[in-house]
Write a protein that binds this ligand. Structure first.
Ligand code: URP
Ligand code: ZN
Ligand code: ZN
Length: 539
């Protein structure tokens, strides 16, 4: 068990933090205390930061994406200083944690979340504090959220999200959606990359009338992304056909949540996935397909990868382990909580997606955490088109994936680190600062006990939502300790987090996915055998 060495100095630092915390709570987080949020599972130390800036994790199996070994990990001031067996540090102000028999791994990085997002006439119920609390309790220490421009304006959107994120309790980065096209948008994409650390832009091929872009815009966006070294991402569904499918269901008198799945079948996801892949090939740029939900879409990605194209496929936890039978549940509250887009598919798709994840066809796992409570979901009581789309997952991702992928023998523990953390850090160009337990890496670390078990319930989760799509799920493997930015923030089922303590992580352009693109461009140009020099027309 953990050994705690206390000293007067440590407690002086602790008291200083306490004073700071009281002032932060007083100024920015009234809603947190007034809603009794911290009372959930948090004990009397609710919100107090750990006093220790030096941590020694002893005797665990340290896991990186390509290697594992029994070793100690020494952390000081938010950075991993040493990883080797039998570290001895002659300093009494150190928190020592015994990890014997457990895995010491990089904290999870979730590449796909929507905190505090205005969407479908309402806003997601988890913000940058409650979402972070949920994430940290589940072993995720960084996420990348999607900035939504305001009336198409990127700068206004960025400023708004900077403000939303001022209550962050862990590190975060931003992708940015592109929802319209003009000279200003094109110019501002460059500003976002150069000045604001955004290296990915998302194009929604669905949500007609709000976020959706057409092929013309998508092509402009792909070209611009390529020139900036930024990764284009797509929500791949044919938005025009989705509207046709929705109208068909309403005409048939199908107005409940099952109409959601029926109106946007896998073929619409596969069509848009194939189209985006082909347009990316035409432009010769890498592409990232978010929330791959169907076998059909996954097979388009597999085909492109087999042909040598750089396409990243991201499944989400809901698509991997749930099936659409819930949408037919007779209770509306139960059924509606599973409404997300693309829809959770029929039994069989999840199994195929898990297999593709285990072989590398799909590369990393997100959540698309986009939570609405049952009151918000009830906006669509009489019309499934009005049910806000989105499910939870930030707190559950690491546990559910361990249980579904490692416990079943589909992947090993190093693969687990790769798909939950390292691959995300590499794709978004922040490796090895994030995504690794290496000397010099940020001290975002989890300790997972493979012999303990987890259980999911809306009564004990840290999301603000009153429902959970993984309700009642149990499994092996539990994150017992989370260290975020060098502080123990989750331990003994108690969360010690501080609003405002999370930092924005800038992500530079030109990740490894862009290596060699200039050479393939040159090969393309020399393959054209054009323009052909012709003698002037015969007189
Ligand atoms: O249903 C979903 N996925 N909601 C979030 C927005 C999106 O499409 O990613
Ligand atoms: Zn989407
Ligand atoms: Zn999303």
């Amino acid at each position: 068990m953990a050994e705690v060495i206390q000293s007067k100095l440590v407690w002086a630092v602790y008291l200083l933090h306490l004073l700071l915390l009281i002032s932060i709570h007083g100024s920015t987080s009234d809603s947190i205390s007034s809603e009794g949020f911290c009372a959930v599972n948090s004990g009397s130390d609710c919100g107090l930061p750990s006093p220790y800036t030096k941590i020694l994790i002893k005797g665990g199996t340290v896991v990186n994406a390509h290697h594992k070994e029994v070793a100690d990990v020494y952390i000081e001031d938010g950075v991993i200083l040493s990883v080797r067996p039998n570290i001895r540090v002659p300093d009494e102000n150190i928190r020592v944690i015994d990890a014997t028999g457990k895995y010491v791994m990089p904290g999870g990085i979730d590449p796909h979340t929507h905190l505090d997002m205005e969407f479908m006439g309402t806003a997601t119920i988890d913000d940058f504090f409650t979402g972070h609390a949920a994430a940290l309790a589940g072993g995720t220490t960084m996420h990348i959220d999607f900035v939504i421009p305001i009336n198409g304006n990127l700068t206004a959107g960025f400023e708004a999200y900077k403000h939303k994120a001022s209550k962050a309790a862990m590190d975060y980065g931003f992708h940015m959606a592109i929802t319209k096209w003009d000279e200003d948008v094109s110019k501002d994409m460059g500003v976002m990359v150069r000045d604001h650390g955004i290296n990915s832009f998302k194009f929604f091929m669905a949500y007609k009338g709000t976020l959706m872009v057409n092929d013309d815009l998508l092509l402009e966006g792909l070209k611009k992304c390529k020139s900036l070294g930024a990764l284009p991402m797509v929500h791949a569904e044919n938005g025009d056909a989705v509207v046709e499918g929705q109208n068909r269901m309403i005409d048939l008198g199908i107005t409940g949540p099952e109409g959601h799945a029926l109106s946007r079948p896998p073929v619409l996801e596969a069509e848009a996935t194939a189209r985006a892949i082909r347009l990316a090939a035409f432009i010769n740029t890498p592409l990232y397909v978010v929330h791959v939900m169907s076998t059909d879409a996954m097979e388009e990605i597999a085909k492109a990868k087999k042909a040598g194209q750089r396409v990243v496929g991201e499944p989400v936890v809901s698509g991997l382990v749930l099936d659409d039978s819930w949408l037919w549940h007779p209770d509306f509250t139960t059924a509606s909580k599973y409404v997300m887009s693309p829809p959770i598919r029929e039994l069989g798709h999840g199994q195929a997606l898990r297999a593709a994840l285990s072989t590398g066809t799909l590369q990393l796992v997100g959540t698309d955490h986009c939570t609405f409570n049952s009151t918000q979901k009830a906006f669509g009581l009489d019309d499934f088109r009005k049910i806000p789309n989105g499910v939870n997952g930030l707190e559950e991702r690491m546990h559910v994936l361990w249980d579904a992928m490692v416990e079943t023998g589909k992947i090993n523990v190093m693969d687990y680190v790769r798909i939950t953390s390292t691959e995300c850090a590499r794709i978004f160009n922040i490796y090895p600062k994030k995504g690794a337990i290496l000397e010099g890496s940020d001290a975002d670390v989890i300790i997972l006990n493979p012999n303990a078990s987890f259980e999911v319930s809306a009564t004990s989760h840290h999301s603000r939502s009153d429902t959970n799509v993984y309700e009642g799920r149990t499994g092996k493997g539990k994150v017992e300790v989370t260290v975020s930015r060098g502080r123990v923030v989750w331990e003994n089922d108690v969360l010690n987090v501080m609003p405002g303590s999370g930092k924005y992580i800038k992500m530079p352009p030109f990740s490894y996915l862009f290596d060699g693109i200039d050479k393939s461009n040159a090969a393309y140009l020399s393959s054209l055998r054009a323009p052909v020099k012709r003698s002037s027309a015969a007189s």
